[in-house]
Ligand binder design. Structure first.
Ligand SMILES: [Zn+2]
Length: 162
């Protein structure tokens, strides 16, 4: 995908959110609080788009709850754009350039790159931060798979993550 196609594909926040939902909930939507798979979309003028309520714990959530995307004030398209740059650069992207391209400070870009790396491989959380440089080979993006009894989720090339 080139940058023009990217802009067309992710033209607004709704599209970005729906895309992230399709990746993180590809096996079905589930509550991040209790992992229940029954939930309802909330609607109404005062309700933010993409908000769901769990049928079991009554907790409310969006697709970004309990992901690194939730705690930042960055719009989702900036997250996706940063992922786009990181994925498309074989040598890694410095936080200086990432900040310039995404339109955020170098400090924010550093955090962003780090968070993206974390989302790409949960096992990487333990690896000490690479100073300002994000280097990646092949990546599979998505949250930790839901726990299912007797099912072992494969990592790396065997994964079903996108
Ligand atoms: Zn719940």
């Amino acid at each position: 995908m080139n940058i023009d196609q990217f802009r067309k594909r992710f033209e607004d926040e709704t599209t970005c959110r729906q895309f992230i939902e399709s990746v993180l909930w590809r096996h079905g939507r589930y509550c991040p609080h209790c992992h229940c798979s029954k939930s309802y979309a909330l609607s109404g003028d005062s309700v933010r788009a993409g908000l769901y309520e769990c049928a079991q714990c009554k907790g409310q959530f969006t697709v970004t709850v309990k992901t690194p995307m939730h705690s930042t004030k960055l719009p989702l398209w900036k997250w996706l754009l940063a992922m786009y740059y990181i994925i498309n650069s074989s040598k890694g992207v410095s936080s200086v350039f990432l900040g310039k391209w995404v339109g955020i400070s170098q400090k924010s870009a550093w955090k962003l790159g780090h968070a993206i790396k974390k989302m790409m491989d949960p096992g990487m959380e333990l690896v000490p931060a690479l100073q300002g440089i994000v280097e990646l080979d092949e990546k599979y993006i998505g949250g930790k798979p839901r726990y299912e009894q007797g099912v072992k989720h494969k990592r790396g090339r065997g994964t079903e993550k996108q």
